[in-house]
Design a protein around this ligand. Structure first.
Ligand code: DX5
Ligand code: ZN
Length: 227
């Protein structure tokens, strides 16, 4: 089955938050495909960031899909708030859901795309039996909580494994990677089968957003086109 082109999703975690709407518009104009929003609760991860009101601001600032990554305990309690705030995709961590199948079914019932994220230490088998029931899998290539961390190469095998399942079963599931994605690692993850690349530092830390997004896209393209 032919795969869609690799999409680039800037993470607003690394943007100038004082100019959030302008930053979102700037990456949209620079060629971003999605906007990635990192929600952290200070419990599941040792950092505290945004809530639904920030998702609403992002939603109003752009026409691009808004990809919400919930790094929070007990996400079932708040997924409805993120759907209402305008999330195109709501992602929950497998480690935070006692009834993962029920959690993703509920996100879809509420009207958003459902994604499941896996920490680096979580095996790919955590999504094996829900793959038919999700729109996306997110393989974390750093431990969640902060931008600017180093890519963990051991995650490539996990990306390859999940890519194989998606292709064998001919599923329309996006395979997203998040953490330490930059020129150099973008090529590796795209080669392993990722088709959505989240990047914070590599885009918002760059002087020219268009060039930064273009560099990631070019690397991914060179791998997936067999070049
Ligand atoms: C980390 C977040 C990432 C983060 C990535 O917990 O989920 O989305 O923004 O930042 P970089 O691209 O700087 O590793
Ligand atoms: Zn993220």
């Amino acid at each position: 089955m032919s795969r869609p082109a690799v999409r680039i999703a800037p993470s607003i975690l690394s943007c100038d938050l004082g100019r959030l709407a302008a930053e979102v518009r700037a990456v949209e104009e620079a060629g971003a495909d999605w906007i990635h929003v990192d929600v952290m609760d200070g419990h599941f991860v040792p950092n505290l960031t945004f809530g639904p009101s920030v998702v609403e601001v992002v939603r109003r600032a752009t026409r691009l899909p808004v990809d919400v990554h919930l790094m929070i305990d007990d996400p079932d309690r708040s997924v409805a708030d993120y759907v209402k705030a305008g999330a195109t995709t709501v992602g929950v961590h497998a480690e935070t859901c006692r009834h993962l199948h029920r959690s993703v079914a509920r996100i879809r019932e509420l009207g958003s795309r459902a994604s499941v994220a896996l920490n680096p230490a979580t095996p790919p088998e955590a999504v094996e039996y829900v793959l038919e029931d999700v729109d996306q899998v997110l393989v974390m290539t750093v431990n969640p909580g902060f931008g600017g961390q180093a890519f963990i190469p051991g995650q490539l095998r996990k990306i390859e494994r999940i890519r194989r399942w998606i292709d064998e079963r001919e599923l329309a599931v996006d395979l997203e990677v998040d953490g330490g994605i930059a020129p150099g690692t973008a090529k590796l993850v795209a080669g392993a089968g990722a088709d959505v690349l989240v990047a914070g530092t590599a885009i918002f830390g760059a002087p020219d957003y268009r060039a930064a997004i273009g560099a990631l896209r070019a690397e991914a393209f060179s791998t997936t086109s067999g070049g």
